[in-house]
Design a protein around this ligand. Structure first.
Ligand SMILES: *Cc1c(COP(=O)(O)O)cnc(C)c1O
Length: 405
């Protein structure tokens, strides 16, 4: 075998890769955007596209109601507020997630309590959640990390027994199904993000789904300065309940229109990503020391977001680390490969919460995965042409042969 590019050898594929740009754009959608801009001039306040998209997105995930907002952080914040969670309350969150899951808890004045993940799915370990419960615990926010699905049945059952509210953070899992039922529909509220990097995106955006009419009413008021659903601009009907601190988190018709078009392609694109993921899994797992993040244990449709592969350090030559594997892949010309968010939330560079305002239970599994094992590939790889996926596998094989034991 020839030397690795990182050691001065020739790149295996000197003509590179042809990853398609993401998100996919559709000319028919561009035409509708143009019409909306030029002809309707109705760009906000529960317009036609917002109503259609919110309802259809909720229905796709087996929920009754959807509330569109500006991003997937305020959807979490409003979910907590709608459930009456605030100062003095504890909310259990996974250590392995994006900061927003924990920051939303701080924004409502409550205390995030970090717990560990499962070694195979990287999602919240139900036993760790149960062990962290105290009399102050009011909610738990499992995250369907990278599209894998947390053990949502078990988490909901523990929560029900203890009288704890569940919010599903579905920012990575649009269109995912657990036992045939949409993610976000198991908890009181499911929260989605449509930020630039996500599976569905309008640049920014977020949405809450729920089947509880009371929560739906509160979420509508929370995002629209206290207005009830359907109250006309400058003609409020009834006031919001006392103590419900409402804000302006309205999104626009432009966002709803773009998202509606993506929803119409979601099933087809999810299935394409699933096929790509399974193809790569077969290749990677044939190499000693590599393992792909497990699918949700009862996932009947997994909406892969980031593709996560772990390397077992004991299979590497002495002194070689996960970061060397990534650097070697990049030197071979592999784009869109990176380490796993560098740190658990409470060790992240941007995490500046005072130590007395959060708690960390043992998160040894999350720390080991994030700091030493995980290699992430962005979702473009899952939608890439098969011959690019084959080339990626060849690069990985070459790198593991040289740097593995
Ligand atoms: C992206 C993300 C969010 C928040 O979404 P924004 O729209 O960026 O505010 C929440 N939770 C997780 C796990 C995320 O990855």
């Amino acid at each position: 075998m020839t030397a690795l590019a990182i050691h001065g050898g020739k790149k295996t594929f000197s003509d590179g890769f042809t990853l398609a740009a993401y998100p996919t754009v559709y000319p028919a959608t561009a035409q509708k955007l143009s019409d909306l801009y030029l002809n309707t001039r109705a760009w906000s306040y529960y317009g036609e596209y917002e109503r259609k998209f919110s309802a259809e997105f909720a229905a796709y995930h087996n929920s009754n109601f959807g509330v569109l907002m500006v991003n997937g952080t305020v959807t979490l914040e409003c979910s907590l507020a709608a459930l009456g969670i605030g100062s003095g309350d504890e909310v259990i969150v996974p250590a392995y997630t994006w900061m927003a899951t924990a920051m939303a808890v701080r924004y409502v004045g409550a205390t995030p309590v970090f717990v560990d993940c499962q070694a195979d799915t990287f999602c919240m370990e139900p036993a760790a959640f149960e062990a962290a419960i105290t009399p102050s615990t009011k909610a738990v926010i499992p995250v369907h990390l990278f599209g894998s699905i947390a053990d949502i049945d078990t988490i909901c059952e523990i929560a029900r027994e203890k009288g704890i509210a569940v919010i599903e953070d579905c920012a990575h899992a649009h269109g995912g199904k657990w036992n045939g039922k949409g993610v976000g529909s198991f908890a009181a509220i499911g929260s989605f993000s449509f930020q630039q990097s996500k599976i569905m995106t309008a640049g920014e955006g977020g949405l809450c789904i729920t089947s509880d009419e009371k929560l739906f009413e509160s979420l509508c008021r929370l995002k629209h300065i206290g207005n009830a659903l359907g109250s006309r601009q400058r003609q409020p009907t009834t006031p919001p309940p006392q103590g419900l601190v409402c804000h302006n988190y309205r999104a626009t018709e432009f966002q709803a229109l773009i998202l509606q078009s993506q929803l119409e392609h979601l099933q087809q694109e999810t299935e394409l990503r699933e096929k790509g993921a399974e193809f790569l899994r077969q290749g990677f797992e044939s190499l000693p020391g590599l393992k792909v993040q497990a699918r949700g244990h009862k996932a009947t449709k997994q909406s892969y977001y980031v593709y996560a592969v772990t390397v077992d350090p004991s299979y590497l030559k002495p002194g070689i680390t996960r970061d060397d594997i990534i650097a070697a892949l990049q030197a071979e010309g592999v784009p869109e490969v990176f380490p796993g968010w560098c740190a658990p939330v409470y060790k992240h560079k941007l995490w500046n919460v005072e130590p007395e305002k959060y708690r960390v239970h043992s998160c040894a599994v999350s720390e080991e995965i994030i700091e030493h094992r995980v290699i992430l590939f962005s979702l473009m790889w899952l939608m890439a042409p098969r011959d690019d996926q084959e080339k990626l596998f060849e690069c990985m094989k070459k790198v593991m042969k040289e740097l593995g034991k």
